[in-house]
Design a protein around this ligand. Structure first.
Ligand code: DP6
Length: 361
C-alpha cells in the first residue's frame, strides 16, 4: 500500500526533469476556414487532408520551478533561442492554465523544428501548435493518469491546438478531419476537430500533395488580420452558407469516391478564398502571376490527359496539386517539366496524406 502511494507521488511529482516529444503534421484545407468568432470559434465548418512529410517535431523538457533560468519558459526554434516565438508561446500557455493547472508549477524548455525550410512560405502554425498541444496532453496523462482513452486524448489535444491556431485542431487525425458544427452531424464540433465518420474512399487515401512553392516570401497578411476581414464582409453570410453546403457534398464524395465533384468543389473553395480576400476591405491579392500560370497548366493537363487532379491554395501564392498515387508517373513528369519552372528556385515539396501525429518519446 505504502509502496503504491510512493509510486503515485513519484508519478505526480515534477521533481525530476522529464521529457516528452511529439511529431505532428501540417494539413491542407479543402473546405476553407476563413472568418472566426470570439475564442477561436470558426464562422463555418472546414475539412482538411492530413499531410505526412511536412511536420513539426516538438520536445518539452520540464520540471518543478527552481528558477534555474529566468521566467518559466525557454523556447528554442531550430536549435536557437527565438524571442518573438517565445513571447507568443508564453501568452498561449498563460491562456490555457485553466485546462492544464500544472503549468503554474513547472518550468519548460520547448524545442521545436520543422521538416520543411522556414523560408518555404508554408504556414507552420498548424503543425507547431498541434505538436505543442500533444506534448502538454502527454504531460497531463503521464503525471495525472487522465486522458487514457485515445479519443479523450486527441479531443483535448485538438481543443487546445485550436486555441493556439484554428487550423491546428485538424492536424491530429489520420487522413482527414472536419472542424466546426455541421447541422445534422453531431460528431463535428466548433470546439475541436474530429476524424471523418466513415472510411475515406481508397482512391483518396493514397492521394499526394505536391506543394509548388511559387514564392518563398512570408505571408503578406497574418491569419488574424485575414479572418478579421470577414467581419462585415459583404459576401460573408452567403459564404458561410456555401461552405456548409460544399462540406456536406464533399463528405459524401470522400466516401463514395466521386472524384469529379470532389475536384469541382476543391477548386471552387480555393478560388472563393482568394475572391473573398480580393473583395474585402482593404482587399488583398495574394496570388502571383505564376500562381495563375500553374492553375492554367493544371486545368489544361486535366482536360488533355483525362487524369483527375486538382489544385487548392492557402492564403498565399503557393499551389497544392492533389492527385492519386495511381497517376504518379505521369503527374510527376508533368510537375517536373511543366510546373517546376514556375516555382521559386525550382522548389517544391512532394507530400502525401498521412496517418497523423507520432509520439516519439
Ligand atoms: C486559409 O488557422 O492560420 O489556411 O486560427 O488565426 O491561427 P488562426 O488561423 P489559421 O487560418 C487558416 C486559414 C486557411 C484555411 C484553413 O486552413 O482552413
Amino acid at each position: 500500500m505504502n509502496f503504491k502511494l510512493n509510486e503515485l507521488e513519484e508519478k505526480q511529482s515534477f521533481k525530476k526533469e522529464k521529457k516528452v516529444i511529439w511529431r505532428s503534421p501540417s494539413n491542407i484545407a479543402l473546405i476553407k476556414y476563413w472568418g472566426k468568432k470570439e475564442k477561436q470559434i470558426p464562422a463555418n465548418p472546414s475539412l482538411s487532408f492530413t499531410l505526412s512529410k511536412s511536420y513539426t517535431e516538438t520536445s518539452i523538457v520540464y520540471k518543478e520551478k527552481d528558477n534555474s533560468y529566468s521566467g518559466s519558459l525557454k523556447f528554442m526554434f531550430e536549435g536557437k533561442e527565438n524571442v518573438p516565438f517565445q513571447k507568443k508561446i508564453e501568452g498561449f500557455l498563460n491562456n490555457i492554465t485553466l485546462y492544464f493547472p500544472f503549468l503554474t508549477e513547472i518550468q519548460l524548455i520547448i524545442d521545436s523544428h520543422n521538416s520543411f525550410p522556414h523560408s518555404a512560405g508554408i504556414a507552420s502554425s498548424a503543425s507547431s501548435m498541434s505538436a505543442l498541444a500533444l506534448c502538454l496532453c502527454s504531460i497531463e496523462k503521464r503525471h495525472f493518469g487522465t486522458l487514457n482513452r485515445a479519443d479523450e486524448f486527441f479531443t483535448k489535444a485538438s481543443f487546445i491546438a485550436r486555441l493556439g491556431s484554428g487550423s491546428a485542431s485538424r492536424s491530429l487525425f489520420p487522413y482527414a478531419a472536419t472542424w466546426g458544427e455541421i447541422i445534422e452531424n453531431s460528431i463535428s464540433s466548433d470546439e475541436f476537430a474530429s476524424v471523418l465518420p466513415f472510411d475515406l474512399h481508397p482512391r483518396f487515401k493514397n492521394y499526394k500533395d505536391a506543394v509548388l512553392i511559387i514564392s518563398k516570401q512570408v505571408k503578406k497578411i497574418s491569419s488574424t488580420v485575414g479572418h478579421g476581414l470577414m467581419k462585415g464582409h459583404p459576401f460573408a453570410k452567403e459564404r458561410f452558407k456555401q461552405a456548409k453546403n460544399n462540406l456536406k457534398h464533399l463528405l459524401s464524395d470522400l466516401q463514395s469516391g466521386n472524384e469529379e465533384r470532389f475536384i469541382e468543389i476543391v477548386e471552387k473553395e480555393a478560388l472563393t478564398l482568394h475572391a473573398l480576400m480580393m473583395s474585402s476591405n482593404p482587399g488583398f491579392i495574394l496570388m502571383e502571376p505564376n500562381t495563375l500560370k500553374v492553375i492554367e497548366k493544371i486545368r489544361d493537363f486535366r482536360e488533355n490527359k483525362g487524369i483527375k487532379l486538382c489544385f487548392t491554395l492557402d492564403a498565399g501564392p503557393n499551389v497544392h496539386l492533389l492527385y492519386s498515387d495511381n497517376d504518379s508517373d505521369e503527374v510527376e513528369k508533368f510537375i517536373k517539366h511543366e510546373l517546376v519552372p514556375y516555382c521559386e528556385d525550382k522548389f517544391w515539396i512532394a507530400d502525401k496524406l498521412g496517418e497523423g501525429p507520432i509520439e516519439i518519446l
